[in-house]
Design a protein around this ligand. Structure first.
Ligand code: IPD
Length: 297
């Protein structure tokens, strides 16, 4: 059957609100120092709330849209790849470590892809009661706790970026704490923070909010200038990606010279809206700081 993207958006919004209620009832998790919910190491966590939300979202979507595939953080086999068929992509809790600690920067992230590109995106932070949504071609919106909707980017719209100088740059750390990707991440943090590397003008600072989905939304809102990460997964970025694009921003690769990364590439540089010529200069400046290094997965 044919479903309109608006119908899909409305279902994803109601599931996101329901997921938010589950998060508020089940967390923050008191077993914060319990290692039993560890996937890979003590910083790679999954909680009962992650599993409960993904199960609820997956079964509801399979019932309503039996023809649409499903990719979720907690249930997808490593071998399952995104195809061109319509696919729901779900991260039940993006920012699981924040959730465990009660740090209120977490979100459920739900998206629909067609031809391996996101066309609907919904990101909801229940702690702040902030909902970000987008449908391809219809703009990106923030619904505030009072129910009012603001179009993204938020006003006042920041001036175009001429260089990295003066930018607020987000990056995340992931759960890997050694090896070449870790070295690249830590070196870039140091390079970005040092004034010399940016031709005189300083990057204002770097931020790590702990949720890649919300980092994308903050870039879409114009509150952060760009977000650089190698290592997160399709479910972390899929909804944020269309929200950012609909707010006039772009996603290129975290690795140099790839202007058109795949959703599954795990390497993303999200840049807020500005005139393309200026975006290009800033993107090249950031890539230049990486030298000949890149993330390898
Ligand atoms: C993680 C967060 C984090 C990013 C990791 C992600 P999760 O998602 O988005 O900011 O650094 O790469 O895996 O595990 O909390 O859903």
């Amino acid at each position: 059957t044919e479903h309109t993207l608006t119908q899909v958006r409305n279902v994803l919004v109601s599931l996101a609100y329901e997921a938010g209620r589950v998060m508020m009832v089940m967390g923050p998790d008191p077993s914060v120092y319990n290692e039993s919910d560890t996937k890979k190491n003590s910083s790679d966590r999954v909680t009962d709330a992650d599993r409960a939300i993904e199960c609820m979202v997956a079964s509801d979507l399979r019932n309503r849209f039996p023809g649409i595939s499903f990719l979720g953080e907690e249930t997808t086999e490593a071998a399952q790849k995104l195809t061109s068929a319509p696919t729901f992509v779900c991260d039940p809790i993006d920012g699981t470590l924040n959730f465990i600690h009660g740090f209120p920067n977490i979100a459920v992230s739900l998206a629909l892809t067609i031809d391996k590109r996101p066309v609907v995106g919904v990101v909801y932070n229940p702690f702040r009661n902030e909902l970000y949504t987008a449908i391809k071609g219809q703009g990106a919106w923030l619904t505030l706790p009072d129910g009012n909707q603001e179009r993204l980017p938020l006003r006042p719209i920041p001036a175009p970026m001429a260089s990295l100088g003066g930018c607020l740059v987000a990056l995340e750390w992931g759960s890997e704490r050694q090896g070449p990707n870790w070295e690249l991440r830590t070196d870039m943090a140091k390079t970005l923070m040092s004034s010399k590397a940016t031709g005189g003008a300083m990057v204002h600072s770097i931020r790590s909010s702990g949720s890649a989905a919300l980092d994308f939304c903050y870039v879409a809102a114009g509150q952060i200038d760009m977000f650089w990460e190698g290592g997160c997964w399709i479910w972390d970025v899929c909804a944020g990606w269309i929200i950012l694009e609909e707010a006039g921003g772009v996603v290129v690769s975290a690795n140099p010279n790839d202007w058109n990364p795949e959703l599954e590439s795990r390497c993303y540089l999200a840049v807020r809206g500005a005139k393309m010529r200026e975006q290009e200069a800033v993107v090249k400046e950031l890539w230049g700081l990486m030298g000949d290094r890149k993330f390898v997965f």
